[in-house]
Design a protein around this ligand. Structure first.
Ligand code: GDG
Length: 471
């Protein structure tokens, strides 16, 4: 039997990567990320457990401890991965929750596997959580877990955080097993969202779909209270500032500028290759500005890092074709020998290389059609302390609510995107510095540790209140 913990995180993915050593043995090394950085202190203090899938298609490892965190792997077969993760999570829920910018695909067998896998995660959590423990469930792949877990273990304090947007009622209502998903989420004591509007969508949906009563952000369910709230996630600001200020990273930033031919303006995009991120529209805006003669190849250069993502899902395969066609078109029409207009990198790179790119870029383009938050926007600002640089940011990224000093644009309006980019190119350095300083100040006080603390504090209050009054 697994050892029990008073604090448990449940997420699709474990914060570890598999490595095979020289003797052919499987080993695990920590895979750094914002979430694990934020939760590490809480996990270490409570001998906490992280439950998730270990990646790869090999057998799940036995529970083990890594850097003070107990790692508890949930196995997934190839078929389950295809149906629960690639299908239901990434071809149904992901597009639906992002304003259906791609058409969601609905399949009965995907839903069935999603249910089965969610049950497996809930059972794992029920097994490792000690009496009265706090369990924090993460994201859209595991929306049924809170209710399944409450059924197994009514003594637990359960929180849920959704990293992506939560759609308005009309869109949510498309989903075939909509009531089950909503009831799944309502199994939590506290349901957290990136934005206030998302929390409002949720409480209104509870009334619309299940006829539940609510007061403010608090919903009455089976004699319990379920609280909804906004908890905008952030980055490890200090760590990002430190990395970007590292002399090696600074030297690399200079080198990148030189390698690009010392242009006046470096325009950067960094995204997972995902249709929500607005990569195509950004490329198109750049092409039109070159065609209009408002930007000139050589003076301006664009670098687009598009990290490979969900490559077995069809939407992603077609997106890749469209993006690469557009890059080819721009370079074909406007490039010269040795001077391409767009440098396109379909690869994943080390964080230090990303930091060097951020530090080198004059303009960062973050233009999603819809995004829960967008951490790239925040990382860029943290990498540019007092060094200028400009952030062009979509109004449809959660980050736009906090980062009002960015050059905001509507990504559905190509002229608006072009205008924001040109305003950023022509801005006075003093103006840019002022904007960046204000945003950085915000990020220093609102970092990922503050995010985790505010959620967990609220969860502990919400759980105390949610117990029904004694008659
Ligand atoms: C979801 C929500 C929400 C990217 N390429 C490389 C690399 N990255 C890192 C970035 C950044 C992260 O990946 C991407 O985070 P985003 O927030 O931009 O986007 P999603 O992956 O869609 O995340 C989003 C987030 O969850 C958190 O709640 O903000 O709205 O969609 O940290 O730096 N990192 C490295 N190499 C790369 O090539 N090392």
């Amino acid at each position: 039997m697994a050892e029990r913990s008073s604090f448990v995180v449940v997420a699709n993915r474990l914060p570890v990567d598999e490595v095979i050593n020289d003797d052919g043995e499987r080993q695990w090394r920590p895979s750094p990320g914002g979430l694990v950085t934020a939760l590490h202190p809480v996990l270490a203090e409570h001998q906490g457990t992280w439950i998730g899938w270990a990646g790869g298609d090999g057998e799940a490892p036995e529970p083990f401890e890594l850097e003070g965190i107990r790692i508890h792997a949930v196995p997934l077969s190839n078929d389950e991965l295809e149906r629960y993760y690639e299908g239901q999570s990434n071809a149904t829920i992901w597009p639906l929750y992002h304003d259906a910018v791609e058409t969601p695909v609905y399949k009965r067998r995907w839903r069935e596997t999603y249910r089965l896998v969610n049950q497996r995660f809930a059972e794992a959590a029920a097994e490792v959580a000690e009496e009265g423990a706090t369990v924090w469930v993460q994201d859209y792949q595991l929306q049924l877990v809170p209710a399944m877990l409450r059924e197994l273990r009514p003594d637990l304090r359960i929180g849920f955080f959704l990293h992506i947007p939560f759609p308005p009622i009309e869109l949510f209502m498309q989903m075939p097993f909509r009531a089950e998903v909503l009831r799944g989420l309502l199994g939590a004591d506290l349901v957290g969202f990136q934005q206030r509007l998302a929390a409002q969508n949720f409480v209104r949906l509870a009334r619309h779909l299940l006829g539940l009563r609510y007061e403010g952000q608090s919903i009455q369910v089976d004699g319990r209270k379920v609280k909804a709230g906004a908890f905008p996630i952030s980055i490890d600001t200090k760590d990002m500032e430190r990395l970007a200020a590292d002399p090696k990273v600074q030297a690399r930033a200079k080198e990148i500028r030189a390698e690009l031919g010392d242009p006046e303006t470096i325009i950067l995009g960094v995204d997972r290759l995902d249709y929500t991120k607005g990569i195509e529209l950004r490329l198109k805006a750049f092409r039109e500005l070159l065609a209009d003669g408002k930007l000139k190849v050589g003076d301006a250069v664009m670098v687009q890092v598009a990290t490979p993502s969900r490559e077995r899902v069809e939407h992603y395969q077609t997106l890749r074709v469209r993006v690469e066609r557009e890059v080819g078109r721009i370079n074909g029409e406007f490039g010269r020998v040795g001077v391409p207009a767009v440098h396109y990198l379909h690869q994943s790179m080390p964080k230090a290389e990303l930091a060097a790119l951020y530090a080198a870029a004059d303009i960062m383009m973050v233009t999603p059609l819809r995004d829960g938050m967008n951490l790239v926007a925040k990382e860029y600002v943290a990498s540019r302390a007092d060094r200028g640089g400009a952030l062009v940011l979509s109004e449809f990224a959660g980050a736009a609510t906090e980062m009002r000093q960015a050059f905001l644009c509507n990504p559905h309006d190509p002229d608006g995107v072009k205008d924001a980019l040109l305003r950023a190119v022509g801005a006075e350095p003093a103006d840019l510095k002022r904007r960046m300083r204000t945003m950085l100040r915000h990020l220093r006080s609102h970092d990922v540790a503050a995010w985790a603390k505010s959620f967990l504090d609220e969860l502990s209050d919400a759980a105390d209140l949610s117990t029904p009054d004694q008659p």
